[in-house]
Ligand binder design. Structure first.
Ligand SMILES: Nc1ncnc2c1ncn2[C@@H]1O[C@H](COP(=O)(O)OP(=O)(O)OP(=O)(O)O)[C@@H](O)[C@H]1O
Length: 590
């Protein structure tokens, strides 16, 4: 067995494992459904024979028996089919709901690096198209396959019993069908993989377009974006047509072979009747069974190729589920690194996003309880990366970080110890109250209101007709930049964690907004150990320690005045900012 068929088999078993919790009911439903349908055809074969014989022999009682059999079979089969179909469809819906929920759960545990490497559109594609292909396996492909096998094999057995010579010939021809279809399995899998990938790309363009709608309008990128999207559609269409063409070719060849087979059976039967080896009525039954056998092999052939398309989708779901995860909350190592009780302690930390390109190089920094430290430096120097490392978003390549004595190996281990106010706070779809409550899910309404007051957000919130119950739209679309920031600050207030990470907004806010934010941040920072990334050096003058980060290293550290005196990079950045501020002020007064 080669590697690809081995991995297909593994994927296949993995898909089946999803149904394990209700495999009994599912099997009963699918088997019952297939047995009932196959039973109808088997009964009909004999009814067919009886009817022909009744005509030839002018036997009325044989005819009545055939009519009664048809009536009873039709009524009882309909009732059984409704019941069995409900059973297995119930299992499919329940299992699909579980697969969707579990895959989402697994996605929430993915490492930051894994999520950053994959486009959000691709995640959406996995959660929609690709998961859908698993549904097809349970709802269509397995029931069809089971039905084909039961119908076909019962036809084989009955035909062998009726006439073993014709039965053996048809069985051998059928196996040729399967062999022929197997030749195409690999190429269908390749096409399936490419189609699922292209569908992922289509979703990437779609989410890019929606996420960057204002940029698209501003830079007149509509044509370019439509062009990208059309290219992706064309790719999917081209591949789907290629698959349909191939499927058409196989179906055509299968059909021709089965027609020849069918004609052959009729000729052989006619010859056998002429020799009195079989009765004329037997032809009816033989033809019915021949149809059953041909159907089985044709279906198995077709389903083998369809299944490859579904496995292509399932493999993308598995890749997401198997992506690198955050460590589970295991033994939290609480031993302090040094005698002193640092709230934050980073020692000789090195980190690279990609091997060979070190972004943080041997950085050490500390913050005692209640201290305010700031990270400054040129763009791309590594400030944000450093902060993300302190928050446990990535694992260090070298060195150690402790947050309040706990080793920062994953976000989950230390996230209770800090609140984070990013540059562009993410607000979720929902009400203002819900968004503030995300800071601490058990916060009371009173606490939420108090936090909003402290963040100087209460007044503008009450200005909305629905106050705290105002639905803020996707990403807080109904709020201004400054208002969003104050909601994020209120959220951090509610969390009331001992450490605070602040990423100062680079985007310009009007001075009124900025004043409010500064005031609310001051409130938020009271009694907290704070690490802030500062773009305007004026905001961090009072910091206990400033770390100047350049090219991934700490190049200077100290208080504002000390750093100015040392006339290094900090003092140069300070001069630059003061002179650009002065020239702006001159321009404004002119
Ligand atoms: N997710 C990522 N994957 C790969 N490289 C990254 C990633 N994020 C940042 N980098 C790289 O790491 C380096 C440091 O970036 P970082 O964002 O930490 O700098 P910064 O000092 O915060 O910059 P700025 O002040 O402009 O925000 C840069 O060279 C950047 O290209």
């Amino acid at each position: 067995m080669n590697d690809s068929s081995l991995s297909s088999r593994k994927e296949w078993l993995r898909v089946l494992a999803y149904m394990k919790p209700r495999i009994g009911i599912y099997t009963a439903g699918v088997l019952g459904n297939s047995l009932t349908e196959a039973g109808i055809f088997a009964v009909m074969a004999f009814v067919f024979r009886d009817m022909i014989n009744a005509g030839i022999e002018m036997n009325k009682s044989l005819l009545y028996r055939a009519v009664w059999t048809i009536g009873i079979t039709a009524v009882s089969a309909s009732i059984l089919l409704i019941g069995f179909s409900y059973l297995y469809n119930w299992c499919v819906r329940k299992t699909m709901a579980e697969i969707r929920a579990n895959t989402f759960d697994e996605m929430t545990r993915l490492k930051m690096e894994t999520v950053e490497r994959m486009h959000s559109g691709n995640f959406i594609s996995v959660m929609t198209h690709d998961i859908q292909t698993i549904e097809q396996v349970f709802a269509i492909q397995i029931p069809s396959m089971v039905y084909a096998v039961i119908y076909g094999s019962s036809s084989v057995i009955l035909l062998l019993m009726l006439d073993w010579r014709i039965g053996s010939i048809l069985l051998s021809i059928g196996l040729l069908f399967v062999w022929f279809n197997r030749l195409f399995v690999q190429s269908f899998r390749k096409l399936g993989d490419r189609i699922q990938e292209s569908q992922g790309r289509m979703n990437e363009y779609l989410t890019d377009f929606l996420g960057g709608f204002s940029a698209v309008k501003m830079f007149h990128l509509e044509r370019k974006m439509s062009g990208h999207y059309k290219d992706a559609i064309e790719e999917v269409t081209k591949l789907s047509i290629a698959r349909a063409r191939k499927q058409g070719l196989i179906d055509g060849i299968n059909f021709t072979l089965s027609s020849l087979n069918y004609a052959g059976v009729l000729i052989v039967c006619a010859y056998m009747v002429s020799r009195n080896w079989i009765g004329a009525g037997d032809i009816g039954a033989i033809v019915q069974f021949a149809i059953g056998i041909a159907f089985m092999f044709q279906q198995i052939g077709g389903l083998m190729t369809q299944l490859q398309g579904s496995l292509a989708g399932a493999s993308r779901v598995f890749a997401l589920v198997d992506g690198d995860k955050e460590k589970d909350l295991p033994e939290i190592r609480n031993t302090p690194m040094t005698d002193k009780r640092f709230m934050i302690e980073m020692k000789h930390a090195s980190f690279a996003y990609e091997t060979g390109r070190t972004v943080i190089n041997e950085v050490s920094l500390t913050a005692l309880q209640g201290e305010r430290i700031a990270l400054v430096g040129p763009s791309g120097g590594g400030k944000s990366t450093l902060m993300k490392l302190l928050m446990g978003f990535y694992s260090l390549d070298k060195g150690e970080i402790r947050i309040d004595g706990v080793q920062a190996e994953s976000v989950d281990q230390i996230s209770d110890k800090y609140a984070y106010v990013p540059q562009d706070a993410y607000l979720f779809q929902g009400t203002i109250a819900e968004n503030i409550r995300f800071g601490r899910m058990d916060a009371t309404d009173k606490e939420i209101m108090e936090a909003a007051r402290q963040a100087y957000a209460h007044d503008f919130i009450m200005g909305f007709p629905e106050g705290y119950d105002t639905v803020i739209g996707e990403r807080g679309a109904l709020l201004s930049g400054g208002q969003k920031q104050r909601i994020a600050i209120a959220r951090a207030m509610v969390k009331n964690a001992p450490i605070l990470f602040l990423d100062e907004a680079t985007s310009a806010l009007d001075s009124d907004s900025e004043n409010w934010i500064q005031l609310s941040l001051e409130k938020l920072m009271e009694d907290k150990t704070t690490v802030s990334i500062a773009h305007r050096l004026s905001t961090i003058r009072g910091s206990d320690r400033i770390y100047v980060i350049d090219q991934g290293r700490v190049v200077e550290e100290g208080r504002h005045e000390q750093l100015l005196q040392s006339e290094g990079l900090y003092s140069m950045l300070n001069q630059k900012q003061s002179s650009s501020r002065n020239s702006c002020a001159k321009e404004e007064s002119a």
